[in-house]
Ligand binder design. Structure first.
Ligand code: GRF
Length: 215
């Protein structure tokens, strides 16, 4: 089994990063986390990654005159570490089209909604305001348009009476931490790949399962 070299890009606490590191510590996982990179030197996740023995790098975006030069510095660091795939995990910088295109089919993101619903921020608030009874999270390939890339995996979470943004976010993040390693596995072992703007899967799955909310 080839273990693909993966970089995780974070800006904050990095709880999805932790779940990716845990998954990749298993010998049968087709990826190794070779680098954790943050645009914020004070990101809490960096310390955890260091403690796990992973190479870390802080490239402070404030030290660069514009997005292009910042993205070029990141690109150089990723090449230096021989990175094959990138996971964005709470990385709070908009990337330039050039960077996104250079990593097309090799960069994935996790978003806290069932895309294409609720692109952007405050996803839990907006789901509650709309009264949807299923919410969730999505892993997708990154394309220049924000949160609009081809979908690799999704997990649905029921919305229950009395839910607040916090209670809903707490249930969604649990599923994010399960979903993200599964999705990374599928792209690293070649089960899912980007082909002409669509995700192509090389396996079948059960089409009969359903999730009802209320259950
Ligand atoms: C997650 O909700 C993720 O979906 C979004 O940013 C948040 C990051 O959380 N993109 P964490 O830093 O992984 O805990």
């Amino acid at each position: 089994m080839t273990r693909r070299r993966v970089a995780i890009l974070i800006s904050g606490r990095g709880s999805n990063m932790v779940s990716l590191i845990e998954a990749a510590s298993r010998p049968d996982f087709p990826a190794e986390i070779a680098l954790v990179l943050s645009n914020r030197p004070d990101a809490a996740g960096l310390e955890h990654a260091r403690a796990a023995g992973i190479a870390t790098l802080a490239i402070d975006h404030k030290a660069f005159p514009d997005r292009e030069t910042f993205d070029r510095a990141m690109d150089a660091a990723l090449k230096e570490h021989d990175i094959a795939f990138i996971c964005l995990a709470g990385f709070m910088r908009v990337l330039t089209d050039g960077f996104v295109e250079r990593w097309s089919g090799k960069m994935i993101n996790i978003h806290p909604s069932l895309l294409p619903l609720y692109r952007g921020t405050r996803t839990h608030r907006r789901a509650l305001d709309d009264g949807v009874l299923l919410h969730g999270c999505t892993v997708h390939f990154v394309v220049p348009e924000l949160d609009a890339g081809p979908i690799i995996a999704q997990a649905a979470v029921p919305v229950v009476p009395g839910d607040t943004e916090e209670s809903l976010a707490a249930r969604v993040i649990v599923q994010e931490r399960i979903l993200y390693p599964q999705a990374l596995r599928t792209i690293c072992d070649g089960t899912a790949r980007l082909d002409n703007g669509r995700v192509v899967f090389s396996r079948d799955w059960d089409a009969n399962g359903t999730l009802h909310s209320p259950g």
